[in-house]
Design a protein around this ligand. Structure first.
Ligand code: ZN
Length: 258
């Protein structure tokens, strides 16, 4: 584990709220921070880390959210923000590896899984992200500064945390379809690819231009059919994102997950 990650865990673990980075090269700890990191024993770091994990997960359980796999064990989960394999290259979930949703949305997703299995018995839904606490939304938002994304363009990548993403209410899910071996089907772009190639609304044109193959569009349709038949709505610019409810409805019915 690199020191910057370690430091991030410690900072989060002691409950310091996430604020915008004051400088762009803040991946290198200052002399003071290095001393802090070096002086904390590994065991203490582990305890801090566990406290943070339980805080994130406990918060969701306390707010009535459910572990999706407890509702439908056939659904696979691989949270991209719990690894560094994501567009900000940062693990912002720590040890949180389970996907949580509002119970009604988890039930809808179980229905989508059932529809998928009916048509493709050896395929499974594979969740990349589900309920996302608002504190994490701030971390993603702030990480865009490190990527040098201009302030006016930030909402093209991440929903403004002050308004909140539907993920922040536990009513949206990012996912794909995996084959019998658990390997994701080819959807034409990776998860969190920002650009027209990921836009469902551009698929017919991209297909005509040879930028997406018939197979890739068919794979997206497999996912979309299962999701829309279960009552989810499609996002016009992200093939992987589905809403189980509008933001207004989610806001009125559930509080934001802090
Ligand atoms: Zn999403």
């Amino acid at each position: 584990m690199v020191k910057s990650q370690l430091l991030a865990i410690i900072v989060v673990g002691v409950g310091v709220s996430c604020t915008k980075s004051s400088s762009s090269n803040d991946t290198t700890p200052s002399k003071e921070e290095s001393t802090l990191v070096d002086s904390i024993p590994a065991q203490a770091v582990s305890i801090l880390k566990q406290q943070e994990i339980s805080a994130l997960e406990k918060q969701m359980i306390d707010q009535g959210l459910v572990d999706v796999q407890e509702v439908e064990p056939d659904i696979r989960v691989e949270l991209k923000y719990s690894k560094t394999d994501n567009f900000i290259k940062k693990d912002v979930y720590g040890e949180l590896t389970r996907a949580y949703l509002q119970p009604a949305i988890a039930k809808k997703l179980a229905k989508a899984s059932e529809i998928l299995k009916r048509n493709h018995p050896d395929h499974s839904l594979l969740i990349y992200d589900a309920a996302r606490p608002n504190s994490v939304q701030y971390q993603l938002w702030d990480a865009l500064d490190d990527l040098k994304i201009p302030a006016r363009s930030k909402t093209q990548y991440v929903a403004d945390p002050r308004i909140g993403s539907i993920h922040n209410f536990g009513c949206a899910v990012d996912l794909t379809v995996a084959n019998a071996e658990g390997v994701p089907l080819d959807m034409g772009t990776p998860y969190d690819f920002f650009g027209p190639l990921a836009y469902p609304r551009m698929e017919s044109q991209l297909l005509r231009e040879g930028k997406l193959t018939t197979r890739q569009v068919a794979n997206r349709n497999t996912l979309r059919q299962a999701m829309t038949q279960a009552g989810f709505s499609v996002n016009p610019t992200e093939w992987w994102h589905f809403d189980g409810m509008s933001r207004n409805a989610a806001k009125a019915r559930y509080g934001m997950i802090k």
